[in-house]
Write a protein that binds this ligand. Sequence first.
Ligand code: HXC
Length: 261
Amino acid sequence: MELKNIILEKEGKIALVTINRPAALNALNTETLSEIDLVIDEIEKDSEILAVVLTGAGKSFVAGADISEMSDKNVIEGRKFGILGNKVFRKLENLEKPVIAALNGFTLGGGNELALSTDIRIASTKAKFGQPEVTLGITPGFGGTQRLARVIGVGAAKELIYTGKMINAEEAFRLGLVDKVVEPEALLDEAKALANTIANNAPIAVKLCKVAINKGLQTDIDTALSFESEVFGACFSTEDQKEGMGAFLNKQSLVGKFKNK
Ligand code: HXC
């Protein structure tokens, strides 16, 4: 797979995905979105990869969709670009492996929307967040009008989106936009350690947790709880459940040794 703007590295059970267009602060053009799409497919197929860390090269996570590419789009092209981003980010959100965003710097517009499509967000103290679209004459178009309010609540989301203002990592943490804030030099280690902790647990159970949480948040509580019972039951068809519980009863642990079966 020939990639120009993304670096995909495997480190044991985890994948490190780096958006690598630092000259444009990792702005998302069509090519980069298409490469993210390819990388998600690759990670999905690779049964050795059990968790993912997503970060950006240089001083930015992603400073938004590429303004130079968008500037002369017409209505049809604008819509098509929005649909492409929404398709790729939804695929990332639905990837049946946890994705941890390591937010190293500017996380703006489409960059914040990309982060919102991951499972857990860790920010460096240097990261800056915002949805500056209305300062450019557009709306957020890669899920920002939908996911931000679901994560931080309607009022806070509307304030960020209507003002286009930038906030720091501390404020993002206070709002619940990020789950943790760490010093810049600790960011990748922290994200990888979290990914490895997750990857050492029973992979099928972790996958089913992600599916149940994501699916349940989009439906009524009775349907959601019924789905939870289904996935819980399904765990008892796995070797990992048999061996994991067996190990516990023998005063041992299978953490780090699950078979993914
Ligand atoms: C294209 C971008 C870019 C972007 C930065 N660059 N952001 N290029 N699209 N989103 C480029 C700059 O043009 C510049 O290129 C280089 O990256 C370095 O940026 P500077 O502005 O010189 O850096 P700095 O002064 O540190 O300012 C950083 C910044 C600023 C505050 C992040 O770059 C900025 O405001 N960027 C735009 C942020 C934004 O509005 N994002 C939302 C986009 S709309 P040169 O060639 O001059 O060195 C969006 C919509 C999503 O995301 C939905 C679409 C459907």
